[in-house]
Design a protein around this ligand. Structure first.
Ligand code: GUN
Length: 300
């Protein structure tokens, strides 16, 4: 136990509510100008409880800011070809203008995820997963930034946590979070200019690396991954993990990748789970959808 004050809690819900309020104004202006709201189409394959719950949160948040969100549900047995055809038909705007198209992940094991994601036209790819958007981000001219990575950078910026010249260590090398976040934090400019290290399952002596982190991001999906001895005193600890833990009494609760109670005694800032990065991911999706609608309305 240290004699430091416990970490400052970074309240993702409060920040997301502020972002939503700004977006609601933008969406009102768009809707008045174009006589229709921005529209997001979400494809949900199968009935995984976690995915269904995330999609519900996304649709509810869209409704709060005035974005029209449609969820297209298809059975888990749907094959790759049918999913590609579905995404292509959504992109033809047959059921209404689809400014943003999102395929909720993970897809069932029999589906070629890359083929389905590549079918989303890059100018509607509000997840930022298309290779064109990944390439633009890597070149420092981002269009749609993957929502969780954007949310992590936003929370650092808003909390006034300095990134320039600091060492950011990201645990997890996914295309969805780890890789785009490494690009964002190392890019030139506000919220960037950090020295970035990515740790992963083959990293040797990970605690020795994480203990050097001024900013430590855990994005793996393993409860208890980050323990107090892995954290430098005063560091900003950002927990991207969302893990559902079953209790012996039949209930369950959400936890992140960070041993929250122990790490909050060491860290300078920490995001809770739930109520940290999760709501920001959703807010960033809404921002990307508003941007997609605006880019389209300007014809490019
Ligand atoms: N599943 C978990 N995170 C994400 C995300 O950011 N986008 C999509 N489409 N699926 C996810």
């Amino acid at each position: 136990m240290s004699d430091r004050a416990p970490a400052t809690l970074l309240d993702g819900r409060a920040l997301a509510a502020r972002i939503e309020a700004t977006l609601a104004d933008e969406v009102r202006t768009f809707t008045a100008m174009f006589q229709r709201p921005p529209r997001l189409v979400v494809v949900l394959v199968g009935d995984m409880a976690a995915s269904a719950s995330y999609v519900k949160s996304k649709a509810a948040a869209a409704a709060r800011v005035g974005i029209d969100a449609e969820v297209v549900r298809v059975p888990a047995a749907t094959d790759t070809q049918a999913l590609v055809a579905l995404v292509q038909s959504i992109a033809r705007d047959e059921q209404g203008p689809a400014d943003g198209i999102l395929v909720q992940l993970p897809l069932p094991a029999h589906v070629d995820t890359v083929a389905v994601l590549d079918a989303v036209p890059p100018d509607r790819d509000v997840d930022g997963f298309h290779p064109e958007n990944a390439g633009l981000l890597s070149q420092g001219r981002a269009r749609f930034i993957p929502c969780t990575a954007a949310g992590v950078q936003r929370v650092l910026l808003v909390a006034g946590i300095v990134t320039a010249g600091r060492h950011a260590v990201i645990i997890g090398r996914s295309d969805i979070v780890g890789k785009p976040l490494a690009l964002l934090l190392s890019a030139k400019g506000p919220g960037g200019d950090a020295t970035v290290t990515i740790c992963h399952s083959r990293s040797a002596d990970m605690p020795a690396i994480t203990r050097q982190a001024d900013i430590l991001v855990a994005a793996v999906g393993r409860p208890g991954l980050v323990t107090a001895d892995m954290v430098k005193p005063g560091a900003a600890v950002i927990d991207v993990g969302i893990n559902r833990i079953a209790a012996s009494d039949g209930t369950s609760r959400l936890v992140g990748d960070v041993d929250f109670d122990a790490v909050r005694e060491i860290a300078g800032w920490i995001t809770p789970v739930p109520g940290g990065v999760g709501p920001l991911t959703v807010a960033m999706l809404l921002a990307n959808t508003a941007l997609a609608a605006e880019l389209r309305s300007r014809g490019g």
